[in-house]
Design a protein around this ligand. Structure first.
Ligand code: SF4
Length: 257
């Protein structure tokens, strides 16, 4: 897989630990991931971000009418939410951050300790790696990118979220997707991937092809915290980002190299 990279993006790739080399035909402008096993395109790849379907299933009706809220009301509803047991141990809710006109929606699992303390998703070393991954694509956390989690409150001890917690919290994410209308969703980490796709398959089986959530193309990849512990998979994550760029631009995924 190859993508056009400028010097700054190549430096960012080096920063996140992905080695690149210049392809002979376009040595000055093209870089290629090695030795990443690039994802295989699906038989029927998504060619373009479809518009939000008008007949999307109605959100669950719970107090406050989440499905009708605008940004301010939604943020206030999350801050005041006591719909599941996770409200008891939180220090802050983590609503999400970024550009309300974002093309990219990054979805993680749930707040960890630092996120709970700071009220912002993807902070600390994992957040720094995510920022560098975004920069390698020419993106910034607060420009054309929005970052949120499936759950807005921290599970105690970073345990896996319970199904009923997801069921109570997902209407907030669904409303965020409706308000944002992103062109692509990047689901990071096993839990976020499985929650968004309603699948129990591992990331390794789900990555490398386009999926869909509420009519928006979804690409799945590893969580930055996982990548910090598994350096060899950074190249796979970069291949996933390249796939997301291709799908967002309405291009068919490149042939395997
Ligand atoms: S995790 Fe979600 S549903 Fe549960 S209390 Fe927090 S905001 Fe409400």
């Amino acid at each position: 897989m190859s993508v056009d990279l400028d010097a700054r993006q190549r430096a960012m790739l080096a920063e996140i630990g992905v080695r690149v080399f210049a392809a002979p035909a376009r040595a000055a402008a093209t870089a290629q991931v090695v030795p990443a096993a690039r994802p295989q395109p699906s038989a029927a790849p998504l060619r373009a971000a479809p518009p939000m379907p008008r007949d999307a299933p109605a959100l669950p009706s719970r107090a406050g009418g989440i499905e009708l809220m605008e940004w301010d009301a939604l943020a206030q509803a999350v801050a005041a939410c006591r719909a599941c047991q996770l409200c008891a141990g939180r220090r802050n809710t983590v609503f999400g951050v970024g550009d309300p006109q974002a093309d990219w929606l990054i979805v993680g699992e749930a707040p960890g300790e630092q996120e709970d303390l700071q009220g912002e998703p993807f902070v600390g070393q994992a957040g720094k790696l995510l920022d560098n991954m975004l920069k390698a694509m020419g993106l910034e956390r607060h420009h054309k990118v929005y970052i949120a989690n499936v759950l807005k409150c921290r599970p105690p001890g970073n345990r896996n979220p319970e199904p009923q917690e997801v069921a109570q919290c997902e209407p907030f994410l669904r409303r965020q997707v409706q308000l944002l209308q992103p062109r692509i969703i990047l689901a990071m980490g096993r839990f976020a991937v499985q929650s968004l796709l309603g699948s129990s398959e591992p990331i390794g089986k789900l990555r490398g092809r386009g999926h869909e959530y509420m009519g928006v193309p979804v690409v799945v990849t590893y969580h930055p915290a996982y990548l910090l512990r598994n350096l060899a998979d950074k190249a796979k994550a970069w291949a996933d980002l390249c796939l997301a760029q291709e799908l967002m631009r309405g291009q068919p995924p490149a042939e395997s190299t």
